[in-house]
Design a binder for this molecule. Structure first.
Ligand code: TLP
Length: 349
């Protein structure tokens, strides 16, 4: 196996930058359960400001931020309408049912993107006593499992307007919302305007070691503090984490275009490999999901032998995610190694 591993499994594998480590070492801290950690307070205030909201809360993970939002907006027995391959559906451990007593009603979007016309027929808001009522609309931008696809601004606005017209709250899983804003050439406040709550992650392409923020109104975030504590997410001197988070928020978004360019480069190279398929034009951000004629798990294992780590996202699909810790040269190298691994699979078939 090659020793210089190129890790493209996820942008969650990024390590804190030297500036983050220095800020962590000297962070001013206090007990955040008493709201006395000055660095967390600064991070929360800054996130609210950047998103144009009243308040925000620092949570350990994106999953926790999403689940707090889900509980905030719903009551037991309701439905949450989301895209069929959204993170809340596939990767959050059935917590909509466990923590909020809700079920998910999924709708298939085009490349993960939901339009109002897709969603409207799935809503139950008429008050019919014999149907589970829709309690919440859920959008994921960028859409992870659809390959980092971006919901454009006009569609975000259409979804918000639709939710309003039916008196429904709308939450955004914006784990990678800075990637979406970068791809669209807009800012996150504009892109997320009108969403009742937005969850975004510092720990993915923005390189912080830990943490996400949920933004919303004062009243929602006050209630979110109770729910975070209920989930065991009341942290103490977590200003050491928020210090890295502040750098992630202020300094890292501006470089995300590099990850997008590297993803395009990888997709273009992969599209030339026999037995692998992807349309590079469909790659908009830092996620590349390609189809393979051979077994995806076997290909991933063969890629690992060549020193490239990736994830199988289905029996015939493989995900590569670019990030701060893989350079353009490393991506070029990864493409060559993927070609070797794919050729081995073809020769085995
Ligand atoms: N995504 C992870 C895995 O869980 C799949 C990854 O490697 O991409 N929303 C979206 C859209 C996400 O992609 C993720 C993480 C989350 C929420 C949850 O964030 P964490 O991992 O902090 O709980």
């Amino acid at each position: 196996m090659s020793t210089d591993i190129i890790d493209l499994r996820s942008d969650t594998v990024t390590k804190p930058t030297p500036a983050m480590r220095a800020a962590m070492a000297s962070a001013e801290v206090g007990d955040d359960v008493y709201s006395e950690d000055p660095t967390i307070n600064r991070l929360e205030a800054r996130a609210a400001e950047i998103f144009g909201r009243e308040a925000s809360i620092f949570v350990p993970t994106g999953s926790m931020g999403n689940q707090i939002a889900l509980r905030l907006h719903t009551t037991q027995g309701q439905e949450v309408v989301c895209e069929s391959r959204s993170h809340v559906m596939d990767w959050e451990m059935g917590m909509a049912a466990v923590f909020s007593g809700c079920q998910l009603r999924t709708v298939v979007g085009h490349r993960g993107i939901l339009r109002w016309s897709d969603v409207e027929p799935a809503l139950a808001t008429t008050g019919l006593y014999y149907k589970a009522q829709t309690g919440l609309l859920w959008v994921e931008n960028t859409h992870n499992m659809a390959g980092g696809t971006v919901t454009p601004l006009e569609v975000m606005r259409e979804m918000v307007a639709g939710a309003r017209s039916r008196g429904l709250p709308i939450h955004l899983d914006g784990a990678r919302i800075f990637n979406a804003a970068t791809a669209l050439g807009t800012d996150v406040a504009t892109l997320t305007e009108g969403f009742d709550t937005v969850n975004f992650c510092l720990s993915k392409g923005l390189c912080a070691p830990v943490g996400s923020l949920l933004v919303g109104s004062h009243a929602q975030i006050e209630q979110a503090r109770r729910l975070r504590k209920a989930l065991g997410g009341g942290m103490r001197q977590a200003g050491v984490l928020a210090a890295a988070g502040l750098i992630a928020l202020e300094e890292m978004p501006h470089r995300l275009h590099e990850d997008h360019e590297n993803a395009k480069l990888l997709a273009t190279a992969v599209s030339c490999i026999d037995g692998l398929q992807i349309d590079p034009a469909e790659v908009e951000t830092n996620i590349v999901i390609f189809r393979t004629e051979c077994d995806a798990a076997q290909l991933v294992a063969a890629m690992k032998q060549q020193g490239v780590l990736a994830s199988a996202t289905g029996p015939r699909s493989v995900r590569l995610v670019t990030h701060h810790d893989v350079s353009t040269v490393a991506c070029e190298q990864a493409a060559k190694r993927i070609a070797v691994a794919a050729a081995q699979q073809v020769s085995l078939a």
